[in-house]
Design a protein around this ligand. Structure first.
Ligand code: ARG
Length: 480
């Protein structure tokens, strides 16, 4: 970029924007500066940077490390800057490298020399760590609510589908009849675990690194606990070297995001399958589908497909940051600036997916009739038939073999095994009798599985009650 214009500016006596320029005298390479700059993405941290700096300045004033009057000026200046940023009035200067220097530079422009005291007893290394932890805490709190809302969507939908029976699948082959509510609550369980993981990670995120300085701590009489309290942290970090080198809070957040995005992706895949004509189990609401530019009849499950596709991006973010930190010696290395884009991208992708998944589930129409047709395949009751033989005293392995032989006979003869009478069964050499076949029905198969965690309707209703108690009313009621 315009070397000439820069030189002209310099020639006119424009002040260098670099806040660390004291020992530098050679010219600048604009491309290298653009390469190092991060303000185009880390300006997202601005509200947190302002908050962190206000608490730091107040503490410096309280501790008489800087004149209290200057601390007051700094705080007022930062508050005004914070308002301008929130209103979109702040002019970001790409030459000022990052969010921290943009704000500090503007502060000094506005309040004069007092602005130069803000960075006392602080390094950008501990400053950026504070900003990111504040950002993460907000993100976690927001995402915890989204996860709760998504779980509530599954619970609410499941409550109306206890009696709907469909085939459960293993290997994508029809396996055994299950209650649709049981299927839906499987997703509630997954996303609830994600929520628990986030809440657990929050404990490690919510510690104040400020006071760690560039690496070794600070020679000033800082009140770290006071700053921590003011910023809502649960405590302070205990090792300055770890605190400035540590990106665990982000890696941990991305790990949870990745796992949760995998859950979203599996859900999305089922919605794609189930909304196909071949399954016909679900009809997604129009806003979550789109048409084809060529084929007039099409209604494609694009939101679900993108949910499946975007899960790869979240994993990519986790992989990118993992690679960025893996070879770094202690402590801060500039590589760590690469933590933010993956974090922001994954956080936003995840949030959008959770929000849309809840809306898709709340508005989806499940087709009980198509499910009933699919579950009426008597082969789904083969296990139950074997269990009846076991009830008659036959060892399970033998019963399995017996039913297997009957299945093969039916496949060869083109007959349905529920239609066989005793004569036909004897002729087929089977020990199975007609009364046993008469005992079989999908609903009985469902209700027979009455262990804790089983699909029996009685158990599913118990589970529903447990979920409903866990979820506060407003989350259950919220619609779109
Ligand atoms: N923009 C930098 C980052 O995100 C801030 C910390 C810079 N520290 C430094 N020593 N250059 O990591």
């Amino acid at each position: 970029m315009k070397r000439g214009s820069r030189q002209k500016r310099k020639a006119k006596g424009a002040k260098p924007v670099r806040l660390w320029g004291g020992r530098f005298s050679e010219g600048r390479d604009p491309e290298a500066e653009a390469y190092m700059a991060s303000v185009h993405f880390d300006s997202k941290l601005a509200p947190y940077d302002v908050r962190g700096s206000i608490s730091h300045a107040r503490m410096l004033g309280r501790q008489k490390i800087i004149p209290p009057a200057d601390a007051r000026k700094i705080v007022a200046g930062l508050e005004a800057i914070g308002r301008d940023i929130a209103a979109g009035r702040f002019r970001w200067d790409p030459d000022a490298e990052d969010v921290h220097m943009n704000i500090e530079k503007e502060l000094t422009r506005r309040i004069g020399v007092a602005g130069g005291r803000l960075h006392t007893a602080r390094s950008r290394n501990d400053q950026v760590a504070v900003d990111v932890r504040l950002y993460l805490r907000d993100r976690i709190d927001h995402t915890v609510e989204l996860l709760k809302d998504l779980v509530a969507a599954f619970v609410k939908t499941a409550a109306g589908q206890v009696d709907t029976v469909l085939p459960g699948y293993t290997h994508l082959q029809r396996a055994q009849p299950v209650s649709l509510a049981h299927h839906l609550l499987a997703y509630a369980a997954m996303f609830w675990r994600d929520r628990e993981r986030l809440l657990d990670a929050r404990k490690r995120v919510n510690l104040l690194p400020l006071g760690s300085g560039a690496i070794a701590g600070s020679p000033y009489a800082l009140d770290r606990e006071g700053v921590a309290k003011e910023l809502g942290f649960d405590g302070v970090t205990r090792n300055s070297m770890d605190a400035v080198a540590d990106r665990d809070p982000i890696v941990e957040f991305l790990s949870v995001a990745n796992l949760s995005a995998l859950h979203l992706s599996r859900l999305a895949e089922e919605l794609v399958l189930w909304s196909s004509a071949e399954f016909g189990f679900v009809r997604l609401a129009e806003p979550y589908t789109s048409g084809s530019s060529l084929m007039p009849q099409k209604r494609n499950p694009d939101v679900a497909e993108l949910m499946r596709g975007k899960s790869g991006r979240v994993f990519g973010s986790l992989a990118a940051l993992s690679m960025a930190v893996k070879g770094l010696p202690l402590t801060y290395n500039r590589d760590l600036q690469e933590d933010k884009e993956p974090l922001f991208d994954a956080a936003e992708t995840w949030t959008a997916g959770l929000t849309l998944a809840a809306r898709m589930i709340r508005t989806a129409r499940f087709n009980a009739q198509a499910m009933r047709a699919a579950v009426s395949d008597p082969l789904l009751l083969a296990t139950d038939l074997a269990d009846i033989l076991v009830g008659e005293g036959m060892p399970f392995r033998e019963a399995h073999e017996e039913v297997g032989k009957l299945v093969a006979f039916c496949e060869k003869s083109g007959r349905s095994f529920t239609g066989l009478d005793d004569a036909a069964l004897r002729k087929a050499g089977s020990k199975i009798r007609k009364w046993m076949l008469g005992e079989l029905s999908p609903l009985d198969a469902v209700d027979a599985r009455a262990v804790t965690g089983g699909t029996a309707r009685r158990e599913v209703r118990k589970e529903l009650a447990r979920w409903q108690k866990l979820l506060p009313e407003p989350a259950q009621k919220r619609t779109r």
